[in-house]
Design a protein around this ligand. Structure first.
Ligand code: CR1
Length: 814
């Protein structure tokens, strides 16, 4: 597109002028960011159109990934990288006196997700496009993303995240592709020519308007689409109320009630929120998504009976599980198919991923709510349930208990996971252990009935964002050492192992980590005024704050270490900086108290000069994709300490590993597979196994107070939470104390001694610099398996049967 700097410069200045009416000198960083983003958009626009054309003409199978969350973060940097112009444009901008990194920071983070599930969806999009797969995202365009977290007086305070206030540079509103979604009303049927015809009267109609965001593959001319739906009023409905009925105020209220559907992302992670508005969001997403897919399909293909051969719809957890009855509805009520025809197509189109076994996360909707909000959908679910139960009855005659445990509707609730299992052709977990727990425990009866549906797809992360973009120095070292092939074939990272004994390489690795840590320390200093020691161990615990993730265990050990250090200032230890970040659900009281505990420890420890800077504690505000991109490259130690069996996979663990941090972790989720890859010597594993934990649960837990009684160290430590030794009101941490001593549901105390021992091992290992560098290298070299390219290839081959479509050379790399 630009042959040289002159051409680039002219285009950039022209863009500033036409968009903002400003010269380079007058333009603000934001003006420059938007101008650059438009240039990227223009650059890929032809490839985007051509990609869609190719998909239509080739008739290859299309995959749609339905997810209530897409935590995509910022796009400018990643887009420049994938197009292949980032270093060139960076240089050219520098010649204009502009720092590209600064412009990238102007972009608001698209925080349309809570945590792992939403970020996974975003990594998947990147891999789909980079592998040239015809796969697209389908989600909701929330006006407010996940709340912005501020720490005030040590407490989390939530602020709305108005990420769209200055517009989003990447989306294109496609009003002509809008569809209507119906809520409420009454459904009745009549027989016409021997067929039942359904009518839906007095429904509230919502206009779903799509906004398309390009998903750019890595240097391959593929530009897929992430389609996000926004709720609007049907203009005639508004007019009718306002003008014909003369009730303007009511009309405006009505408008807001409709728009509220896509107003806000629910801020709960792995915890389901039984609100009607959430149910509305879910149906809004699947109905709009499916209508537009069916419409497009019909434009191109002759018979709707071929739908399942040409389309796969993947549901990311159960939030979009109403895709099953909704596809049935469309096929029967709008396309005129019989129940059996519709059912054959539906169950061969939909595939489902389960992301959690936490009981509080398993969605179930009260029958009466679903019935009144989605009368036709409920009728279909009811019929599905009837047929499924009678099917079960013929397999397990008389086994009422089993049938009741599997029914889609039971105890006046619709069980969404059951609906998802019955209505899909594939069910996968997100790490080996998680899939095994589904098969052997949580979904045991379903596995017995449908063994062929279950499979594992261990999660992955995009190595392009999380290594190539986030850690450019490390990426350069790798490329210079083993060629750039690893960018296309991340498993090729394993060839780095040939440098295991290469002192110069290990030294270079060490230097890069040191620089990343210094940069991070400078950033911390500028933002928080806190000085951290760049040569200390950066021990990082970043993720959602949740009891099962056990930030509390980490905090307790920090308190104990601090106490020991106070008693013995000469205690031999490598100085450590404990870094935390993460949001707690606004209504999750216990998690919020854990934040307060960490910030309290930080206040005490960071201001205590008697410990000679041997410890520092940071709680960084507002964890987000962008903040994560800064943290991972600077980490030495990765805290992955969930109660075994509870973390389905984890994906942060993979990002740390890929950036050369050493994991301290339990045998949970994907930690197990990381351990398999790197072996005993390059990871520090501790604690109860999933089997042991589940055994305890089956036998009513354990008795933590007995443990506390018999263990003086634990007793003294726990006392510090409530005996006034911390500068907070005495009762501040009583709830944490009680939760541990009374039930300790997540085995914090049970695993505590093993955790402390593991931490001491980390301290010892770190002292041996060359040994530690080898561990870092081993982690990087074995991280290829955890690229989402591997994961997505497995989905494409094993589940979707989707093939790559080569677009050609539209985007010529420079
Ligand atoms: C799991 O807790 C996993 C992600 C992505 C989360 C986490 O371990 O890595 O999904 N589950 O698979 C979740 O959000 C609703 O459930």
């Amino acid at each position: 597109m630009f042959t040289d700097w002159q051409a680039f410069r002219a285009a950039f200045l022209n863009q500033l002028q036409s968009m903002h009416g400003k010269s380079l000198e007058e333009a603000s960083p934001e003006d420059k960011y938007t101008a650059l983003a438009v240039m990227v958009r223009e650059y890929i626009s032809n490839a985007w159109v051509q990609t869609n054309k190719h998909y239509e003409n080739k008739g290859e199978k299309q995959v749609y990934y339905f997810s209530i969350e897409f935590l995509i973060g910022r796009l400018l940097g990643a887009n420049l990288l994938n197009i292949g112009v980032r270093s060139e444009w960076e240089k050219w901008l520098a010649e204009l006196g502009i720092d590209l990194n600064q412009l990238e920071n102007e972009e608001p983070d698209a925080g349309l997700g809570n945590g792992g599930l939403g970020r996974l969806a975003a990594c998947f999009l990147d891999s789909m496009a980079s592998l040239q797969l015809p796969c697209h995202g389908c989600g909701i365009r929330y006006k407010y993303g996940l709340f912005e977290q501020k720490i005030l007086d040590g407490y989390q305070v939530e602020h709305p995240d108005n990420w769209l206030k200055n517009g989003c540079m990447w989306e294109i509103r496609k009003f002509d592709k809008a569809v209507q979604v119906k809520f409420g009303g009454t459904v009745w049927s009549e027989e016409k020519n021997g067929k039942l015809v359904f009518h839906h009267d007095n429904a509230q109609t919502v206009l779903a308007v799509p906004y398309d965001i390009p998903v750019i593959g890595y240097q391959n001319s593929t530009v897929n689409t992430l389609r996000l739906w926004s709720a609007e009023t049907v203009q005639e409905d508004f007019d009718l109320l306002a003008f014909n009925q003369g009730n303007y105020v009511k009309a405006v209220e009505y408008k807001y009630s409709i728009e509220s559907i896509s107003e806000i992302l629910y801020p709960d992670d792995s915890h389901y929120e039984g609100r009607v508005l959430r149910l509305k969001q879910q149906y809004f997403l699947v109905s709009a998504g499916l209508q537009s897919i069916v419409r497009r399909f019909k434009k191109k293909h002759g018979s709707i009976l071929d739908f399942a051969e040409k389309i796969s719809i993947h549901i990311n957890d159960t939030h979009p599980a109403m895709a099953i009855p909704e596809l049935m509805r469309i096929l029967m009520d709008e396309e005129g198919l019989s129940w059996n025809e519709a059912w054959q197509i539906t169950k061969n189109t939909i595939a489902y991923t389960n992301h959690t076994i936490l009981p509080e996360a398993l969605e179930k909707w009260p029958v009466d709510i679903m019935k009144s909000l989605l009368p036709r959908i409920f009728m279909i679910i009811e019929e599905l349930n009837k047929q499924f139960c009678s099917h079960l009855w013929s397999h397990y005659p008389g086994d009422w208990q089993r049938i009741a445990s599997m029914a889609i509707i039971a105890d006046n609730y619709v069980h969404m996971a059951h609906l998802a299992v019955v209505g899909s052709y594939s069910i996968n977990g997100v790490a080996k252990i998680h899939t095994n727990i589904l098969k052997q425990d949580v979904m045991k009866n379903f596995y017995h009935f449908y063994p062929y549906k279950f499979n594992n797809k261990t999660n992955g992360i995009t190595h392009r964002r999380w290594l190539l973009k986030a850690n450019p120095d490390l990426a350069r070292l790798i490329t210079n050492s083993i060629s750039p092939s690893w960018i296309y074939y991340p498993q090729y990272l394993s060839t780095l192992l040939r440098y295991s004994e290469d002192a110069a390489f290990l030294e270079a690795l060490d230097k890069i980590k040191e620089t990343n840590k210094m940069n991070f320390a400078n950033w911390v200093h500028n933002k928080y005024g806190i000085t951290i020691d760049g040569s200390s161990i950066f021990d990082v615990h970043v993720k959602r704050i949740h009891a099962y993730k056990r930030q509390l265990m980490n905090a307790l050990r920090i308190l104990e270490l601090y106490t020991r250090l106070k008693e013995n200032p000469n205690l031999e230890m490598v100085p450590r900086t404990f870094i935390f970040a993460g949001k707690a659900a606004p209504g999750y009281f216990l998690a919020k108290r854990v934040i307060k505990l960490i910030t309290t420890l930080a206040a005490v420890i960071n201001n205590d000069s008697t410990i000679q800077g041997k410890m520092k504690v940071l709680f960084l505000e507002n964890y987000s994709v962008s903040l994560a991109e800064m943290i991972f490259p600077a980490a030495d130690v990765s805290e992955q300490i969930s109660t075994a069996s509870k973390e389905a996979s984890g994906t942060g663990n993979m990002k740390f590993m890929m950036n050369g941090a050493v994991t301290i972790g339990t045998l949970d989720g994907a930690n197990i597979e990381i351990h398999e890859e790197v072996g005993d010597d390059n990871i520090v594993i501790f604690g109860l196994t999933a089997k042991e934990v589940m055994n305890y649960y089956q036998n009513g837990g354990y008795r933590p107070w007995e443990l506390v009684q018999s263990d003086t160290r634990l007793r003294k430590l726990l006392d510090q939470l409530v005996n006034g030794s911390l500068p907070v009101p005495r009762e501040e941490f009583r709830v944490l104390y009680d939760s541990l001593v009374n039930s300790d549901e997540f085995f914090v105390l049970k695993d505590y001694a093993a955790y402390v021992e593991a931490q001491e091992k980390i301290d010892m290992l770190y002292r041996d610099n060359s040994r530690w560098n080898k561990m870092c290298l081993s982690n990087i070299a074995h991280s290829g398996k955890f690229s989402s390219d591997r994961t997505i290839s497995e989905y494409a081959i094993g589940i979707w049967k989707a093939k790559p479509v080569v677009i050609g050379d539209i985007l010529e790399p420079y």
